[in-house]
Design a protein around this ligand. Structure first.
Ligand SMILES: NC(=O)c1ccc[n+]([C@@H]2O[C@H](COP(=O)([O-])OP(=O)(O)OC[C@H]3O[C@@H](n4cnc5c(N)ncnc54)[C@H](OP(=O)(O)O)[C@@H]3O)[C@@H](O)[C@H]2O)c1
Length: 321
């Protein structure tokens, strides 16, 4: 059954129906399933994989035959989650690696180790996310949401370029996916204050700004990696019931509880972006529920070439060894 575009657009523009489990249920009726085993022989890295949408993405990728490396901060929680995945998929290839993606030194260490171990990888999911209650700086002096959502993933992608390139073939590009958020629609880039030192800090505002930056960065990396056979996408998972939402937004979690998606439903488009044919034919697109979405709804909302260039320069300068 084909879902009329107008129905999909109305769900999307009304936000609550589109982002909730209602939108997922209405849209999935028209989806085709991806071929079983379509990820066999492919190695995919998932950050923030110890719980929430990251763990659900691992389960979905393993179910399609992928070998998955779970990147976590807490090894014991990572191994607990890996054990649960292996209980459902005996014999699957699931590894646990420890890396704090907000620490640029730790990202360099992890990436160097992975390059030494792996000849090729086929995908990276930048899923690790945080919404701190107050302004927090990393040991390297960067604001935490900027380091976790933007600088760390930028550096990890660039450090893994050789093995992503090795994993690509003319018919099957390697894929990088940023798990952004619909919250990015409420924010713009702040080229003059990327570290959120000015004004009144709020975790929600910092989160939205860096989720906006993820969408723009995925477009810039799409251009940067086009010659390496790597496609880069960003996506919004909808609203899903995860430990992160429960702890960072207790009020929202309470009010929207019954409407929230399951973790599997939230991770569905992540798994689809790594496995379906369609997203391999484009790059630099923002997706929600397996469909491309505009990155701005207001006519003059777009980023200027200067603010885009400033984001790129920020990432290059901040991650220079
Ligand atoms: N759930 C939703 O409704 C929703 C909506 C829009 C977007 N998203 C996005 O989806 C992604 C996953 O969110 P979630 O809801 O699953 O949240 P979650 O339950 O808090 O999961 C986030 C995961 O990221 C890990 N993480 C955080 N900082 C890290 C770091 N510096 N290094 C390595 N791992 C780190 C956390 O590890 P620890 O366990 O060690 O803390 C946790 O496992 C996030 O990027 C979020 O912005 C979620």
């Amino acid at each position: 059954m084909h879902l009329p575009r107008v129905v999909d657009a109305v769900l999307d523009r009304l936000v609550v129906p589109g982002y909730s489990r209602v939108g997922y249920a209405v849209r999935r009726a028209s989806w085709r399933s991806v071929p079983a085993g379509c990820l066999e022989g492919r190695t995919i890295i998932v950050t923030g994989a110890g719980g929430g949408l990251g763990a659900a993405a691992v389960r979905g990728l393993v179910a399609l035959g992928a070998r998955v490396e779970m990147v976590v901060r807490d090894r014991s929680r990572g191994e607990e989650t890996a054990a649960a995945v292996l209980a459902d998929h005996p014999g699957a290839a699931v590894d646990v690696a420890v890396c704090d993606v907000s620490s640029l030194d730790d990202v360099r260490r992890y990436a160097a180790g992975l390059r030494d171990r792996e000849l090729a990888i086929h995908g990276v999911v930048h899923n690790a996310g945080v919404m701190p209650p107050e302004r927090t700086e990393t040991g390297e002096g960067h604001e935490l949401t900027l380091a976790t959502h933007v600088l760390g993933p930028f550096l990890l992608t660039r450090e893994l370029r050789p093995v992503l390139r090795a994993g690509a073939s003319p018919t099957a590009p390697s894929r990088v996916v940023f798990v952004s958020s619909g919250g990015m629609y409420t924010a713009s880039l702040h080229p003059d204050d990327p570290e959120f030192r000015e004004g009144t800090y709020s975790g929600g505002a910092a989160y939205a700004r860096t989720k906006r930056a993820q969408v723009v960065l995925s477009e810039l990396l799409a251009d940067d990696l086009a010659g390496d056979g790597v496609v880069v996408h960003s996506m919004h998972p909808g609203w899903a019931d995860t430990p992160g939402v429960a702890s960072s937004m207790p009020g929202f979690h309470r009010v929207t509880g019954p409407l929230l998606r399951t973790e599997e439903q939230g991770a569905d488009t992540v798994v689809w972006l790594l496995s379906a044919a369609e997203p391999g034919h484009s790059t630099g697109v923002f997706w929600h529920d397996r469909a491309p979405r505009p990155t701005h709804y207001l006519p003059r909302g777009g980023e200027t070439p200067q603010s885009r260039a400033a984001l790129w320069t920020l990432c290059v300068d901040a991650t220079a060894a």
